[in-house]
Design a protein around this ligand. Structure first.
Ligand SMILES: [Zn+2]
Length: 290
């Protein structure tokens, strides 16, 4: 596995760390570079970012993405795969009338609210993929996916019809525990456990309020805003018995319609089905079992 971090650097300051011919320039505002953890400049990024923030009140990088490239053999021999759902859409089920019992949710981080009605979505908004999720974390799959999963008798998938024809909501019957080796944070260098709420007044005298956010719940339900490492899960008997799982611990934050979400995992048989049936919207990484 090769891991690199893709950074979207503020072009105005890119020269402080990168050569002019390095990476790819997007117009004159962003330089996209890939950097590995072993590169000595990796640890310089947050230092330079802080200096720029202090001196000019600007950002050094606008975005980041961890990219992992696996060999075919690595993926083919993995016992458990991290299933990533790339297509994200709105409006959420909550906005379309799906009922949630928020009293079931953690009062600190907002994780684990209970869905109290079938999922309702807006017709015509689901991406043309075989799997997609709303920004609120609701996962839907196509009829083609459902037929293939039933034919192959995959286990551990809970499939419920929704108000949109030919789509189903997918949830997991079984949870697996993430181990402490799973790393999550705000970004690769920021491991803050929450943000302070702030309140201020804008011109015209209107009060603006940012709610305090919790990224790492003291109760352990939410472990961070973004997943930074490959997932590490504790071994359990169910890993050999089922084909689809959700993590017990969540990633993300309660912010407006967003909620902390589980990570999803699947078996090699599940991945084989996706490849053979050419189902779209799925990406796989490897999960470590401890
Ligand atoms: Zn919590």
């Amino acid at each position: 596995m090769k891991e690199v971090l893709e950074l979207r650097i503020n072009y105005d300051y890119a020269h402080l760390l990168f050569k002019a011919d390095e990476g790819k320039n997007l117009g004159t505002s962003v330089k996209v570079v890939e950097i590995s953890k072993e590169d000595p400049r990796y640890s310089q990024v947050p230092i330079i970012a802080e200096e720029i923030k202090k001196k000019y009140d600007r950002g050094f990088f606008f975005g980041w993405q961890i990219k992992r490239r696996y060999s075919k053999k690595e993926l083919d021999t993995a016992t458990l795969l991290h299933l990533k759902i790339k297509a994200v859409f709105e409006p959420t089920g909550e906005e379309c009338g799906t009922l949630y019992d928020e009293t079931a949710a953690c009062e600190i981080c907002g994780a684990n609210r209970k869905q109290a009605s079938p999922l309702i979505l807006k017709k015509g908004t689901i991406p043309k993929k075989d799997i997609a999720r709303t920004i609120g974390g609701e996962v839907v799959v196509s009829e083609k996916f459902v037929n293939a999963a039933r034919q192959r008798n995959l286990k551990g998938l809970q499939l419920s019809p929704i108000n949109v024809e030919k789509y189903y909501q997918l949830t997991a019957y079984t949870e697996v525990e993430l181990s402490h080796r799973t790393v999550a944070g705000v970004d690769p260098w920021d491991f803050s456990e929450g943000s302070n709420g702030i309140e201020f007044t804008v011109s015209g005298g209107y009060p603006v309020k940012f709610e305090k956010e919790v990224y790492k719940c003291p109760k352990g339900d939410t472990i961070g805003l973004n997943l930074l490492s490959e997932p590490y899960v504790l071994n359990s008997q169910s890993i050999g018995e089922y084909d689809f799982f959700a993590s017990k611990q969540k990633i993300g934050v309660k912010r407006g319609l967003l909620r902390p979400e589980p990570i999803y995992f699947c078996s090699p048989a599940f991945r084989k089905m996706i490849e053979e049936e050419k189902l779209s919207g799925f990406e796989f990484e490897i999960t470590n079992i401890e």
